[in-house]
Design a protein around this ligand. Structure first.
Ligand SMILES: NC(=O)c1ccc[n+]([C@@H]2O[C@H](COP(=O)([O-])OP(=O)(O)OC[C@H]3O[C@@H](n4cnc5c(N)ncnc54)[C@H](OP(=O)(O)O)[C@@H]3O)[C@@H](O)[C@H]2O)c1
Length: 253
C-alpha cells in the first residue's frame, strides 16, 4: 500500500531551545518520525523531562545542556554531538524569547543586547558551528524559528522584532551560501502559539486574541512542529531560504 508518512529514521537532529515549548514539540515530532534527537537548553531538569517523555513513547533522545549565546558552549555542543552521534543532518535553531514588550523609549542597551543575543546571535553561533560539517557531507536541512514579530508590526518590543527580522535575513543569506552544497535552510515565523505562558492566560483574553486571527484560533505547538517536519524532510528538496508563516492567516506576505 501507499505510505506517505514523513520518515526521519536514521537521521540525527539537533534542536536548540528543546527543553520546553515549541522546541520540545518539534523534538517530539521528529522523534515520532524516527529521528534520533539531541535537545539543548539551559534547564537540565526540563531537558531530562523531555528526554524521558520521548523515550517512554519509544523514541530516541539525548540532552546536552548549555547556553547557546556562548560561542564556546555552542562549539562544545557540536563537539559532543560529533563524539556521540558522528554528525547531525538536521538542525532546528529554536532558542529564543521575547524579553517582554518594552517600549523603545524605555529600552536600555543591556536589555537590547540580551534580546539580540538570545534570538539572533545564538542562531548565528549555532549555524556557524553545524553548517561546515553539513556542507562537507553535502547533506543537511536547517530550520530557524523566527516570529511574525519579525515580519510585521506586533505588540512585542523593537528589540525582539529587530532580532527576529535579523534572523530571517541571516537565514536567507545562509541559505544562498549553503544551497550549492546541498544544504537547505528555511525559517518558520510563528504567531501566538499556546505554550505554557499562554496556557495560563485567562480564557477570555485568549479568546480575544484568537478573534484577531482569520482562523479564529491561536496556534498549537503541533502546528509549528508539522511545519518544521515539512521543511526538514527531503521531499522539500527544492525549497530553501523561505519564511513559512505559521500564523492562522494573519500574516500574508
Ligand atoms: N510561543 C509563541 O507564541 C512564539 C511565537 C513566535 C515565535 N516564537 C519563538 O519560538 C521559539 C520558542 O518559543 P517558546 O514559546 O517555545 O518559548 P519558551 O517556552 O520560553 O522556550 C524557549 C526555549 O529556548 C531556550 N533558551 C532560551 N534562552 C536560551 C539560551 N540562552 N541558551 C539555550 N537555550 C535557551 C529555553 O531553554 P532553557 O530555559 O532550558 O534555557 C527553551 O527551551 C523562540 O525562539 C520564540 O521567540 C514563539
Amino acid at each position: 500500500m501507499f505510505d506517505n508518512r514523513i520518515d526521519f529514521t536514521g537521521s540525527v537532529a539537533v534542536i536548540t531551545g528543546g527543553s520546553r515549548g515549541i522546541g520540545a514539540g518539534i523534538a517530539m515530532a521528529l522523534a515520532r518520525a524516527g529521528a534520533r534527537v539531541i535537545i539543548n537548553g539551559r534547564d537540565e531538569a526540563a531537558l531530562a523531562q523531555v528526554v524521558c517523555t520521548i523515550e517512554k513513547a519509544g523514541g530516541s533522545a539525548y540532552a546536552i545542556a548549555g547556553d547557546v549565546t556562548s560561542e564556546s558552549n555552542v562549539q562544545a555542543l557540536r563537539n559532543e554531538v560529533e563524539r556521540i552521534f558522528g554528525s547531525a543532518s538536521l538542525l532546528v535553531a529554536c532558542a529564543g524569547g521575547d524579553g517582554g514588550p518594552t517600549p523603545l523609549i524605555e529600552e536600555n542597551a543591556a536589555h537590547w543586547r540580551a534580546v539580540l543575543e538570545v534570538n539572533l546571535t545564538s542562531a548565528f553561533l549555532t549555524l556557524r558551528a553545524f553548517l561546515p560539517q553539513m556542507i562537507e557531507a553535502k547533506r543537511g536541512a536547517i530550520v530557524t524559528i523566527a516570529s511574525s514579530a519579525g515580519r510585521q508590526i506586533s505588540g512585542s518590543s523593537a528589540a525582539y522584532a529587530a532580532a527576529k527580522a535579523g534572523l530571517l535575513a541571516l537565514t536567507r543569506q545562509a541559505a544562498v551560501e549553503a544551497a550549492p552544497h546541498g544544504v537547505r535552510i528555511n525559517s518558520i515565523a510563528p504567531s501566538a502559539i499556546v505554550t505554557d505562558r499562554l496556557a495560563v492566560t485567562p480564557l477570555s483574553v485568549r479568546n480575544q486574541m484568537a478573534a484577531a486571527f482569520p482562523m479564529r484560533r491561536l496556534g498549537e505547538i503541533e502546528d509549528v512542529a508539522q511545519a518544521a517536519l515539512f521543511l526538514l524532510n527531503e521531499r522539500s528538496s527544492w525549497i530553501t531560504g523561505i519564511t513559512l508563516d505559521v500564523a492562522g492567516g494573519r500574516v500574508m506576505l
